[in-house]
Design a protein around this ligand. Structure first.
Ligand code: UT7
Length: 329
């Protein structure tokens, strides 16, 4: 019997209208367009403005657009996974709210939190459901309203992040395409360098935690930078080696978009030429769980069936990993 594989059959994103430029950030904190551009590669990012709008609103728009694009009725969807660090509420899951807002009634849904690696982990989890043969249409959404946890008085982090959502549809195939292999890892000792100090069970919200601005991203940039450069390249090279893929076999490298210097260093360590490395950080900044699907969406017109694609991410946790994907359309 031919093994069932899980293929991405559509990708669609949602970007809020509001564009926060480096120039505007210059008015908010002691920074400059020059510093942000040269140190990070980011020129602008999107921000979800408006009362009563959360991560699920971007996620639902991405999912509705995705299903429409593929001609799938919401009633056909079996499962929705949302990778996010900024669910609308601590519970229920953003995935449930996304399903509700997108009119998906016959699916079960839940969230996954692996910080910036979340979309990759969710993609492999979803692929396993499809490969079981029991699920035919599975949606994976990477969505984050990072502006809800960014301290806009902290110049070290506020220039980096943006809001967005992007979704893919996974369907079974018997062709040699889809999510083919992965290499994932975590190191919990890394928590110290990137986390949110309060709001969890360790330090529940209080007047004191709010006054101390502890409900925002805390990041020590340099250690995260160093780990990101080595771990994304190493995980990608491991996946390639395990599958006898040479550099020349790789059509595209899709790195998490956290810093242009990390993206370039990863490509260099892997010996992948710059024109094969997907980049959109200049337009959207670091959208955490949305960066990788947003790259696929942006480059969709340049992809061909059978392209070998390496997806790789590094993020809070620490979490990191790489996926070997063969494009299916
Ligand atoms: O997606 C999750 C994973 N996250 C990442 O992968 C992020 C990894 N880290 C990074 O991308 C970089 O470390 C940052 C972009 C966060 C920072 O860049 P850096 O080159 O590591 O800068 P730095 O932290 O070493 O700071 C250099 C200088 C400091 O000033 P002094 O001490 O040299 O006087 C900072 O205070 O730049 C200063 N600085 C800024 N200056 C202007 C920090 N942020 C800013 C800013 N504007 N926004």
């Amino acid at each position: 019997m031919t093994q069932i594989k899980a293929a991405i059959t559509a990708v669609h994103g949602n970007l809020p209208d509001y564009i926060l430029t480096n120039k505007e950030l210059e008015q908010m904190v002691d920074t400059s367009d020059e510093w942000i551009s040269t140190r990070t590669g980011i020129r602008e990012r999107r921000i979800l403005k408006g009362e009563g709008l959360g991560t699920s609103d971007m996620g639902a728009k991405a999912v509705s657009g995705l299903l429409e694009k593929r001609g799938v009725d919401p009633s056909e969807v079996d499962m929705v996974l949302c990778a996010t660090v900024t669910p609308d509420m601590k519970f229920p899951a953003a995935a449930n709210l996304i399903s509700h807002k997108a009119g998906i009634k016959n699916a079960f849904s839940y969230d996954m939190n692996a910080a910036c690696s979340g979309f990759l982990y969710a993609l492999v989890t979803a692929a396993n459901y499809v490969e079981s043969g029991n699920y035919k249409k599975v949606v994976v959404v990477g969505a984050d309203k990072m502006s809800s946890i960014v301290d806009y008085t902290d110049r070290q982090t506020c220039v980096l992040f943006g809001d967005a959502a992007c979704a893919v549809l996974l369907e079974p195939t018997q062709e040699d395409v889809g999510v083919l292999d992965h290499k994932f890892a975590t190191d919990g000792a890394g928590w110290i360098h990137l986390h949110m100090k309060a709001g969890g069970s360790l330090k529940p919200p209080s007047h004191e935690t709010v006054d101390a601005r502890e409900h925002y991203i805390y990041q020590e940039g340099q250690p995260v930078f160093k780990f990101a450069v080595t771990k994304m390249a190493d995980a990608s090279l491991d996946v390639m080696k395990n599958n006898n893929l040479s550099t020349g076999d790789v059509s595209w490298l899709v790195p998490h978009q956290a810093n242009m210097r990390i993206i370039e260093a990863t490509g260099r360590r892997m010996n992948i030429p710059a024109e094969k490395v997907m980049v959109n950080i200049h337009k959207y900044g670091n959208t955490t769980n949305a960066t990788i699907p947003l790259c696929l969406w942006d480059y969709e017109n340049q992809l061909n069936k059978g392209d070998n694609i390496i997806l790789t991410a590094f993020g809070g946790g620490f979490t990191w990993g790489a996926i070997w994907l063969k494009w299916a359309y």
